[in-house]
Design a protein around this ligand. Structure first.
Ligand SMILES: *Cc1c(COP(=O)(O)O)cnc(C)c1O
Length: 434
């Protein structure tokens, strides 16, 4: 095991990591996975309480997803999607179109590339419709939409963004409706409406040069699971319609049931102009992302002129294996009535996490669907890493964001496992050195 740690430090540049810190805080060597559990090369079991960066839904080594992939491996592993097509990509596009109310699926390989696709499509739409000056983008304060250069331009997290500012295109940010920022006595709804007024003021001034407003519906994940009232999305939809600005829903983190509905936008009763999907789309198996849009957007690209078309591409666009994993995920949602089952589960999980919410160090305990989060009042610098290691010692794999601890378990996690998790969280909070 020590040998693997030496080799990983030498050969692998880990994501979102200052490599020097690995000397004192080594990564967990994982040998296998089983349901919501990671099995370390030391033979110990760790509950994957963050679904491996929010991608896993139905556990590791899920027999049904495995079987779909084995079947697909015997047919075709990959074929390029320019000049060819295949059953898995067509079926997935049809089924997700029915579920999102949008269509014309365009595929990428990860979340950031979905953001890039939506931004490019939106600006290109305005160009094709004679309004090339509408090419600016608007996002929320503390937004996260990925880290490639275009996606980072609409991201608003200084730690990830500041260093690369000279490489990025200027974009505008409007106030986040993050309910923690409400004035004392102000409801989350009233605060969201106040933030929507700020959005209106911005659009009133800049709509003529704005292509799209991109948002993470209901939960700003990387900002620290910041949750907000759905009325904000309702108002954003009205305002984007009134000012002729596209609304891009980045459901990369919240899609596929995470907030309690299959897609978060459903809770606001709105349909965006673009929806970006990734992360859980394959149940955490393979990298895949997709952007769905409206017939109106699609129609603006359709014609005899090649350059009017959307000429974007990625080598692995619509990879058949990834699409089969995604189809197996949709089958599980249907066959197991996952959304309804999760509602019951989430209530039980919330009850078990009550004692965490009541802990004296905990502030702003919040919950939506299959996400629970809280802030730690007296967190000192380095809290996140210390809490991560304290949780590992308790058999739980967590990765706090700043002073926010969150739990985003795979949907197959049981009540008994969450009882253990609640005990582990309290044990970590009880440690004065964490
Ligand atoms: C993770 C995430 C992305 C980026 O996805 P990657 O696959 O990591 O590139 C974009 N938007 C949101 C909301 C995310 O949570």
């Amino acid at each position: 095991m020590d040998e693997l740690l030496t080799r990983t430090r030498t050969a692998v540049w880990h994501p979102c990591t200052q490599m020097k810190q690995l000397d004192t805080a080594p990564p967990l060597p994982v040998a296998r996975g089983e349901g919501p559990w990671l099995i370390g090369s030391d033979g110990r079991r760790y509950l994957d309480a963050v679904s491996s960066w929010w991608v896993n839904l139905f556990g590791h080594c899920n027999p049904r997803i495995n079987a779909a992939l084995v079947d697909q491996l015997g047919k075709i592993e990959h074929v390029m999607l320019a000049g060819a097509t295949h059953e898995p990509v067509v079926e997935l596009s049809e089924r997700l179109a029915r579920l999102t109310g949008l269509g014309h699926a365009f595929y990428g390989s990860d979340g950031a590339s979905a953001t890039e696709i939506a931004l490019k499509m939106s600006a290109h739409y305005w160009r094709n419709t004679g309004k090339a000056e509408k090419n600016g983008f608007l996002s929320l304060q503390n937004a996260y939409h990925g880290e490639t250069v275009g996606a980072l331009s609409v991201t608003d997290i200084p730690l990830f963004k500041s260093t690369y500012a000279p490489l990025l295109r200027h974009t505008a940010q409007v106030p986040t409706p993050d309910a923690r920022r409400a004035e004392p006595g102000e409801s989350a709804e009233a605060f969201a409406l106040r933030c929507a007024d700020a959005l209106e003021a911005h659009l009133d001034e800049y709509a003529a040069t704005t292509a799209a407003f991109i948002v993470e519906p209901l939960v700003q994940g990387a900002a620290g699971m910041a949750m907000y009232h759905p009325v904000y999305l309702e108002r954003a939809r009205e305002l984007c319609d009134r000012y002729a600005v596209h609304l891009i829903a980045d459901e990369i983190a919240v899609g596929f049931g995470r907030t309690g509905s299959l897609f978060a936008c459903e809770q606001a009763g709105i349909r965006p102009d673009f929806i970006c999907l990734s992360k859980a789309i394959t149940g955490g198996y393979l990298p895949l992302s997709a952007v769905f849009t409206t017939d109106a957007v699609y129609a603006a690209f359709y014609g005899d002129d090649t350059a009017r078309g959307f000429l974007h591409s990625h080598s692995y666009t619509g990879n058949p294996l990834a699409c089969r994993a995604a189809l197996a995920v949709l089958d599980i949602f249907e066959q197991d009535r996952v959304i309804a089952a999760n509602r019951v589960k989430a209530e039980a999980f919330t009850g078990l996490l009550d004692k965490v919410a009541a802990h004296k160090r905990v502030r702003h305990f919040r919950h939506l669907g299959m996400i629970w989060a809280f802030d730690v009042a007296d967190a000192r610098p380095g809290f996140s890493a210390r809490f991560h290691h304290a949780a590992l010692a308790q058999g739980v794999f967590l990765r706090p964001i700043g002073h926010t601890v969150y739990v985003m378990p795979p949907y197959v996690t049981t009540v008994d496992e969450v009882r253990t998790l609640a005990d582990a969280l309290c044990a970590c909070l009880d440690r004065p050195d964490v």
